[in-house]
Ligand binder design. Sequence first.
Ligand SMILES: Nc1ncnc2c1ncn2[C@@H]1O[C@H](COP(=O)(O)OP(=O)(O)OP(=O)(O)O)[C@@H](O)[C@H]1O
Length: 792
Amino acid sequence: MVIKFIPHLRVLSPSLPVTGFPSMKPGRTICFNGSIPVLNRVFPFKLKFLGLSPYFNGKLITRSLSTRPSRPRSRASSEFTPKIRGDVRVSKSLIEDEAELSDWVGELRTDSFRGRLTSEDEELDADRQRNRVRSSDRKRNGVSVKWRRESEFDNFRESSKRETRGNFGDSISRKSRFSKRFDSELEDEDSDDDGEEDDESYSSRKSRGVKREKTKMDSRRGKRNERGLGSRNAGSGRRMGLGRKSNFHEEEDTDASEEEKGREMKGLENFLSEEDSDINAAAEDDYIILRKKASSALGLEKDADQTVTPRSSQGKSESYLSETRFDQISISPLSLKGIKDAGYEKMTVVQEATLPVILKGKDVLAKAKTGTGKTVAFLLPSIEIVSKLPPVDHDVKRPPIHVLVICPTRELAIQAASEAKKLLKYHPSVGVQVVIGGTRLALEQKNLQAKPCQILVATPGRLRDHLENTAGFATKLMGVKVLVLDEADRLLAMGFRKDIERIIAAVPKHRQTLLFSATVPDEVHQICHIALRRDHEFINTVQEGTEDTHSLVRQVHMVAPLDKQFSLLYVLLKEHIADDVDYKVLVFCTTAMVTKLVADVLREMNLNVREIHSRKSQSYRTRVSDEFRKSKGLILVTSDVSARGVDYPDVTLVLQVGMPSDREQYIHRLGRTGRKGKEGQGILLLAPWEENFLSCVKDLPITKAPLPSLDPETKKKVGRALSNVEMKTKESAYQAWLGYYNSDKNIGRDKYRLVELANEFSRSMGLDNPPAIPKLVLSKMGLRNIPGLRVR
Ligand SMILES: Nc1ncnc2c1ncn2[C@@H]1O[C@H](COP(=O)(O)OP(=O)(O)OP(=O)(O)O)[C@@H](O)[C@H]1O
């Protein structure tokens, strides 16, 4: 096991396991991504039944509207052709038809499918169950603190001194579903395609954090000894009890076997946990000595009890930036020029912490709060690596892709590619391209052939699509030197796992892998070996004992019955608009169809609203996303397609209506505000029966806020707005709502209660009678014969 030493960054070696994570779970391993391909493969008869045969003229129709010839492929098709013009190429992309598919998929979903047939939303559902217990487990988890070897920093510092002007050593600072819930956000739902913090001062964190780390470790060690294996096993057992085995039908043997694997992993985890406790204890003993050495080597300050304070952060209360300037480090002059043009002068904390390690060739798992520059943190060293490779001969037929960046959503992939373009401004020979679902595969194929592409940014589903359908693509991928998983925890969750495994199998074993996210739940340490080498480094710039959210973002929650929520939403938005003329608000909703409903209602009430969710075409999504990025005085009502990574500057408020799928999703949604050390506000609006969710985020500083008063005029206005919303929208929202909460472990357990709540939601939309739902849908949701539902 590698013991690393890095002042005030905790560098863990999760591959060693697991003493630090006694309650880690293998997690459920049952589900797979992408509804339609799965459908085609598993239930071709269903497609036929609905007149959606995946075959045309006896051939399997491939997905997306491509000019590709149809040919059999290992992965089932997701494209079908309602109208055939010429050949299969004319067909409308299934991806574009996510909406219809999702609905249809939803119809086929049953309780027993939960966590198995997944769109991104369904993945979220699956994750949610785990996460409910995770937060309490997290509290118990110890982490082994390892400091990076001083020699590593010395080397980096020395090379920086040699190659750049600054005195790096003196200035360096080291902070360091067949309907998903029925429609929610599945970005990659189209499996076809892709399938979706702030900054407390380093010094203040550090001065609390480092001291506390040692203390905590001691107490953890003690507790661990007290608890012993027995308690870990007990914990494991409890968590295993959350597995959905009982929910699965017998025919779903794939899932069953996955779960078996999960159990096996759990056994291994417990074994490793025991072993690791000794290793950790030894490491902790080395901790002070190593820290002293590194402190003097790096010019870091020590207080009386050996706490290391990076000079760069001393005296600051809040900073996402380090004291290290880009021109002080060893990067190529061309990259430096690009960075300057982008307006970056100092490195952010995560950039400073990860760059030397990545340039040394190590695999990295990095955690840093939202909006703190993780994209540049993985792009810059990747560009450096590419720029040092020998130029590819022009004669080479299939020039290699050297860097492959995977993002869970299309918006995020577009954004990362655009950031890469900025940094590559003065590297004319290095090209970046993006491949995402919802766009024409043929066009991407053409671009891949015609233009340089050493760096490729992709969503998982579309990447697989290219692997399976683009001539020579697999050969190009064999040139990958660096693989990046942005939002790694999301990509390694079950919704994307199969795609990611397939992608990993397609790139060389001898590569460097970088995993970045603002949230790294325990399960990620457990499964990151899928992608990372055993000696990878975990670089965590969020101090133990501090929140994963930004201290400058004020977080409140409100609890109100559903019949008040539209009015409350309106009043909260009006108040915010009155407070801040430059308002820029994100309203997150539970599912795509509920997003549409909320957007329609707010629009009817003359608020300046845009909407974005998986039911919209990609061109619309891109347009709206660009508009929101540039605008002020705008409200974007969105599903979770905007939850992660999207960098909208100066968002003043994030309002979450209904409980998010899990703790991580809450953090990422909230992270759309308070970026780059700015202030922000977050409001979580819950129904009384959703209050349980608060236990998942009890480690975060979310305070309860009183409800604003609602005058009768507002209620009337909301009533009028609701009556103007199309019935079809309400029907879809009702069904989506039912699907979303049906897959929640707590709320969905009692079907009678669930239906009562759904009908409360229906009344909140102004409907006297709940919309009727197709029998098949109810059946698949396990809701047949539940009183209160109307069947059609
Ligand atoms: N060194 C830097 N100095 C100033 N701004 C920077 C620097 N590096 C990145 N940025 C800017 O910071 C903003 C946030 O960066 P980015 O989107 O990469 O954050 P992130 O940590 O990936 O957030 P999330 O967790 O939400 O994905 C972007 O606007 C980016 O251009």
